[in-house]
Ligand binder design. Structure first.
Ligand SMILES: N[C@@H](CCC(=O)N[C@@H](CS)C(=O)NCC(=O)O)C(=O)O
Length: 234
């Protein structure tokens, strides 16, 4: 069977993995989940006990969670090196380094801003503190990322890779939470403009928005979440 990526909306980081699947070019299916709705209902725990996206249903029908594990699954099958590099190369090391940074400190810096946005009841003082802390952390992590960039067209090795997919999925949260103007980080601004204009990222973003764009041909359609849970859940 084709692997099925369960991706979340609105604004899930999993959008970047959809772009990576497009770049990879091997047949895949998708299943979309409303992270503010059906993801929080009990059946979802059958595919991810931690109630998060993304989840990949592998070609063997096994649910695989965690972005880095899913990326490793895709990398291992990328024999033509369309989204990765020779595992022993410096380019692979740099790609993994950037993916690690993006998936941990960079993504985590936004957590207080999400908590502030999703407070179950109004709590203005706590919300203001969360926003202040989150804003400071996000700006600091952006400063560190800017230092790590080499001004190249892509994050690693001169071509698009899994690292650029991860960047596309998370970096847009800067605007979502209205933290700061991207022009503050010129190398990142140029990189993001290039990545976000890439046809695979445009395709993945349109799908996330509920549109039906034409992709490169590898996407074989959506599977309803209830069917994914029923067929592949624990
Ligand atoms: N460590 C996990 C984190 C995944 C994660 O935080 N996903 C977010 C969406 S991007 C989520 O599902 N959050 C739960 C929520 O919104 O309630 C990974 O890298 O896959």
């Amino acid at each position: 069977m084709e692997p099925i990526l369960v991706y979340g909306y609105p604004a899930g980081t999993s959008m970047g993995l959809v772009a990576a699947l497009e770049w990879l070019g091997q047949p895949y299916k998708l299943s979309r989940v409303d992270m503010l709705g059906e993801m929080r209902e009990p059946p979802y725990k059958r595919i991810n006990q931690r109630v998060e996206t993304p989840v990949l249903i592998t070609d063997k029908g096994r649910p695989l969670t965690e972005t880095m594990a899913i990326a490793a699954y895709l990398e291992a099958r990328d024999t033509e090196r369309k989204i990765s590099f020779d595992p022993l190369s410096p380019e692979a090391d740099r790609m993994h380094q950037l993916m690690g940074f993006l998936n941990t400190g960079f993504t985590g810096a936004f957590t207080p801003l999400w908590v502030a946005l999703e407070l179950p009841e109004p709590d203005p003082d706590f919300e203001a503190a969360l926003r202040r802390f989150g804003r400071e952390r996000v700006i600091e992590r952006h400063d560190r990322l800017e230092e790590m960039l080499d001004g190249g067209n892509w994050l690693a090795g001169g071509k698009h890779s899994l690292a650029d997919g991860l960047l596309a999925g998370v970096a847009r949260w800067l605007e979502y939470h209205e933290v700061a103007n991207l022009s503050r980080w010129p190398k990142l601004q140029a990189l993001r403009q290039r990545v976000e204009a890439d046809p695979a990222v445009v395709f993945a973003t349109a799908l996330e928005n509920g549109d039906t764009p034409a992709g490169g041909g590898a996407f074989k359609g959506h599977v309803p979440l209830a069917e994914v849970i029923e067929r592949f859940g624990a």
